[in-house]
Design a binder for this molecule. Structure first.
Ligand code: FAD
Ligand code: 2HG
Ligand code: ZN
Length: 477
């Protein structure tokens, strides 16, 4: 039997034929990332349905010296969830069948679910029991709890609830040697050694396969008000953030979009302009807009309106209090990623720079991209309260590897020069590996590599992500 046939036969012995896919017609749907920038063939796609099956798959792959790429909803934006680059020929381990959700534990304020449960399903489950989840973002219908934990996802509620790590109370994972680690006691006080759940959160599939996640429940607000506010410039928007933080206790989200981004979403989805007086014309392309949301036990509309009235540099305002109107305003914000993807495979970057420097950073970025790639189009938006800017550039050929890398390096170097981060919330994946040294010192990089080598000595898990490949991962293809 050929080596690959033996691998498939051993995987089938563990999972059954129906859950080991090797026909290219069946695997193709798993092999390209959401942006279309990363793609490669897998030796097989496997679909275990339990923690025991995940452990058995890892043992088979280690025995055959074939690396493993874990995948949840495949909505990741840094190429970490597909067998591209050095991971071509890896086994793609889909966690999507681990979907069970436990009843909420209202007294402890916790809910646990399988790694393959989608964020939307867990949110709906919590909501039905009168609770909320502190993590939310546009990919909620596909992104899984395992992927969200593995990337330490951010999103639109970080201002109030923090990143995913702050919402994870515990988890279960399978390590590279098939050992299962489980911290699901739900005890908020449990200082016994290193905190493995914290370490696995944000590890992007390189330290273990997350099979179950325990999230904290948050109190769902009785009332929400959303506003889209056009500001004079980014500096005015930043000043307004300071005022909002100090005076609006119910503040829940502060998101940033620009006029040209709103126009792109309107064109992509066939939506009307957000402000009636814009009807029939385009917006001012560089006008920044804040999407603000307040949430609380009492109606926060007056509190938000009072702050907006006093703000300097406001030109247009749309306020929404009903769910339908609020969703409509959120679409102008959440529609950006899909609208940009429809315009071409973007160079996708996700930086943070200190808020005090963000206005100058935006100006410099526009000029840098204009000079370096005159035919390209720059799309900017983000989570302003966290100084997190999504920088997408379209108009470069998907296969222009050098041009794309050069542009990325220029932008990331500029962010790092401001003391910024080259990977604010999407992680590093395969896309940002080359530039980790801009945000982490040699000593930090060595410590990260030491952790990886200790937990995955043979280099089985997600080679080419975060850490230079070695062992099995370096011998792939
Ligand atoms: P995948 O894409 O499948 O995987 C992501 C990474 O995690 C990969 O490295 C993969 O190997 C690893 N992984 C997946 N599952 C497991 C597991 N069970 N165990 C170990 N490793 C695993 N991200 C944000 O942070 N904030 C946002 O606001 C945001 N908005 C988005 C909006 C859109 C429209 C889209 C398409 C994406 C957005 N993202 C955002 C990115 C993405 O949704 C998140 O990174 C999400 O957490 C990925 O979840 P997933 O299940 O799709 O993971
Ligand atoms: C968002 O906040 C997401 O919209 C996606 O993090 C960002 O597509 C992007 O670049
Ligand atoms: Zn984001």
């Amino acid at each position: 039997m050929h080596g690959n046939d033996r691998l498939i036969a051993d995987l089938v012995a563990v999972l059954g034929e129906a859950h080991v896919l090797s026909d290219p017609g069946l695997t193709v749907g798993y092999e390209t990332d959401w942006t279309g920038a990363f793609t490669g063939r897998a030796a097989a796609v496997v679909r275990p349905a339990s923690t025991g099956e995940v452990a058995a798959v890892l043992r088979v792959c280690a025995a055959h010296e074939v690396p493993v790429v874990p995948q949840g909803g495949n909505t990741g934006l840094v190429g970490g969830s597909v067998p591209a680059g050095v991971a071509v020929g890896a086994v793609l381990l889909s966690l999507r069948r681990l979907t069970s959700i436990d009843p909420v534990d209202a007294a402890a304020g916790l809910v646990s679910a399988g790694a393959g449960a989608t964020l939307a399903d867990v949110q709906a489950h919590a909501r039905a029991a009168g609770h909320g989840i502190g993590v939310d973002f546009a990919a909620r219908d596909s992104a899984t709890l395992g992927g969200i934990a593995a990337t330490n996802a951010g999103g639109e509620r970080v201002l109030r609830h923090g990143m995913t790590r702050g919402q994870v109370a515990g988890l279960e994972a399978v390590l590279a040697d098939g050992a299962v680690v489980r911290r699901l006691s739900g005890l908020p006080k449990d200082n016994v050694g290193y905190d493995l759940p914290s370490l696995l959160v944000g590890s992007e599939g390189t330290l273990g396969i997350i099979t179950r996640v325990q999230l904290r429940l948050v109190a769902p607000p009785a009332a929400r008000t959303t506003a889209l506010v056009a500001m004079a410039d980014v500096a005015a928007a930043v000043e307004f953030v300071a005022v909002l933080r100090a005076t609006v206790g119910s503040l829940d989200a502060v998101e940033l979009v620009f006029g040209d981004g709103i126009d792109l979403v309107c064109a992509h989805q066939g939506l009307p302009a957000p402000f009636p007086r814009w009807a029939g014309r385009m917006s001012a392309a560089r006008t920044p807009h804040l999407l603000l949301e307040c949430a609380g036990r009492d109606d926060p509309t007056d509190e938000l309106a009072a702050a907006v009235e006093k703000a300097a540099g406001v030109s247009d305002v749309a306020v929404a209090t009903t769910a339908v109107d609020r969703d409509r305003l959120w679409t102008y914000r959440e529609g950006h990623t899909a609208a940009v993807n429809a315009a071409g495979v973007p160079v996708k970057l996700d930086v943070a720079v200190p808020l005090a420097r963000i206005a100058a950073f935006v100006d410099d970025l526009r000029e840098l991209v204009r000079v370096a790639a005159p035919a390209a189009r720059l799309h900017l938006w983000g989570h302003l309260a966290e100084a997190n800017l999504h920088v997408n550039v379209t108009g470069l050929d998907r296969d222009d590897t050098l041009g794309r890398a050069g542009l990325a390096e220029m932008i990331l170097t500029r962010a790092a020069a401001d003391g910024g981060s080259i990977g604010a919330e999407h992680g590093v994946g395969r896309a940002k590996m080359a530039w980790m040294g801009l945000s982490r010192s040699p000593a930090e990089l060595a410590a990260l590599a030491a952790v990886k080598h200790a937990l995955d000595p043979v280099g089985l898990l997600n080679p080419g992500v975060l850490i230079q490949p070695y062992g099995i991962g370096a011998r792939c293809r």
